[in-house]
Design a protein around this ligand. Structure first.
Ligand SMILES: Cc1cc2nc3c(=O)[nH]c(=O)nc-3n(C[C@H](O)[C@H](O)[C@H](O)COP(=O)(O)O)c2cc1C
Length: 187
């Protein structure tokens, strides 16, 4: 199975750091999963404006292709202005609603305010629910204080939660292989 680990920001380093850590934990316990990190900062973004897919630039089409070909996702996001970054929402807006259907998804996030883990509950999860993803019940929200000055995660509890996330994600990935992606009457 191909798992796409999406760093959903074009600025900052901490979401990328969490993603690299969770990648290591998944690799340790589930070497059969193929993991690929996709940094949104590597793409030249265009606003979704309703034009046909073929009229977007090569980067936007490549981004859609990588989402489409993946069998599961780890979505990493910082919190910006009490929400997810616009560039990540724009990436979701590019996707056909069936792109991530019945595929496993785990979320890791970082913010400067403890209470803003609720952004995951109230904003990111509803988007993934709309896509009918298999969102794992656990996600990991980190705070700036969980990192050292080189952006390494120094909080052991966060490491434990990332290991547990990796374990549960792998189980959801297995479960998703038994769930047909086809729908009966195209609903
Ligand atoms: C434009 C902007 C808005 C932000 N808004 C919030 C916010 O509403 N809530 C919050 O917890 N953190 C907020 N932050 C802090 C970021 O979430 C934090 O800087 C990021 O997760 C990690 O940072 P780094 O990789 O830039 O160090 C904001 C940061 C920026 C740049």
């Amino acid at each position: 199975m191909k798992i796409l680990l999406v760093d959903g920001t074009i600025i900052g380093r901490k979401t990328g750091a969490i993603l690299e850590q969770v990648k290591l934990y998944i690799e340790e316990t589930n070497p059969e999963l193929t993991l690929e990190i996709m940094n949104l900062s590597d793409f030249e973004h265009q606003f979704v404006d309703g034009r046909p897919l073929g009229d977007y630039n090569e980067d936007m089409r490549e981004m859609v292709r990588r989402f489409t070909e993946a069998d599961g996702y780890i979505i990493a996001t910082p919190i910006f202005q009490g929400s997810i970054p616009g560039v990540l929402k724009n990436a979701f807006d590019m996707l056909h609603p069936r792109t991530m259907r019945y595929k496993p998804v785990s979320i890791v996030a970082n913010g400067g305010t403890y209470q803003h883990h609720l952004v995951i509950e109230n904003q990111l999860k509803p988007i993934l629910d709309y896509f009918r993803c298999l969102v794992t019940p656990n996600y990991v929200y980190t705070h700036t204080s969980h990192f050292d000055e080189t952006n390494s995660i120094i909080n052991e509890d966060v490491h434990d939660r990332l290991r547990e996330l990796a374990r549960v994600f792998a189980e959801y990935a297995k479960m998703s292989t038994h769930l047909s992606k086809e729908t009966i009457d195209n609903p």
